[in-house]
Write a protein that binds this ligand. Sequence first.
Ligand SMILES: [Zn+2]
Length: 398
Amino acid sequence: MSAAPVAPAWAELAGQEAAVGQLSRAATMDSPTHAWLFTGPPGSGRSNAARAFAQALQCEQEDPAQRGCGRCHACLTVHAGTHADVKVMATENVTYKIDEIRELISLAQDRPSSGRWRIFIIEDADRMTERATNVLLKAIEEPPARTIWMLCAPSPADVLVTIRSRCRPVGLRIPAVQSVADLLVDRDGLDPALALFAARASQSHVGMARRLARDEGARQRREAVVHLPLRIQATSDAVALAKELVEVTQEEAKSSAEVRNAEEKAGLLRALGLGEDEKVPPKLRNHVKRLEDSQTARNKRSVHDTLDRAMIDLTGLFRDVLALQLGTGAELVNEHLRDELGSYAHGVTAERTVARIDAVATARRRLAGNVPPLLALEAMTMSFLPDRILDRRPGHQA
Ligand SMILES: [Zn+2]
């Protein structure tokens, strides 16, 4: 990897040197490709990479090496989500509505109002219906001047081939635990041991790792989630703990949204040149309103995302158990619980551990399909019952 100086816009992308190299070069071109597809597993920072790229493209610095300086008005407003020429599309729905895509395309016909480019970031491009995709395809095939599309999806296969073939791919990978820990130490000044714990426990999800390292409440709520399977002794526990899981994640979603919303608002006020408690003058109020609207939309999705995160935590826990049972010697996600998990692993069969990993995956799919959370989770927590109870059940499989 080249050791070129990295502008602040890219600092968030831990362990993504290849993508950063590709994007920072593109940001200095006079006419970069007009359609991009960002792919990578959850937490790898697909939408962060798209935002960083947007920031570098709009940055006001003359020197190409400085693009994405993090200090100019364009950088600050893209970062705060309020730049007039950078529109980020996220949906709280299972799929995008075709009208939402049409609206974007009509906006794409306008010239940039202040920035160099008009940029559209579509998070979860995999949530577009085929009809919506075809509408977007037309816009990508006949690009209006100075418009750049950035699509994000878990993998290239999640987007129709007609779209994929017209986009330049940007592949993100899961960063190494140590890269995430280093980011938390270098950038946020966090304690190295705590940063390493958080990087591991979050399975290299940068946002989650930062939250775990900074917020003791978040750490406690995560501990409550991962201890859940260890506490289940009877059917009544399974029902009660499913309910507890819903409550813990709702609390976590609320607390996480509050912190993030406040940080974004402070960032916006700074970008507008206002002090923390200063009254917002009328002509700037629409900036604040726009941010608040996008936060409201995001809050709605946040409970679902937090529950999904809990499912990832539980999967990590059972993978740890399996690693101990099979004696793979792998480093555990929950290294801090090694002893406790060791004795749990001793009392159950590896087949059951695999079945529990499957049960978590099924619950996750059902939650994504909008099954009521409690219903999906109860079926899952039942599979966490001790082997001796499951063995007595008619038609049990083990
Ligand atoms: Zn800048």
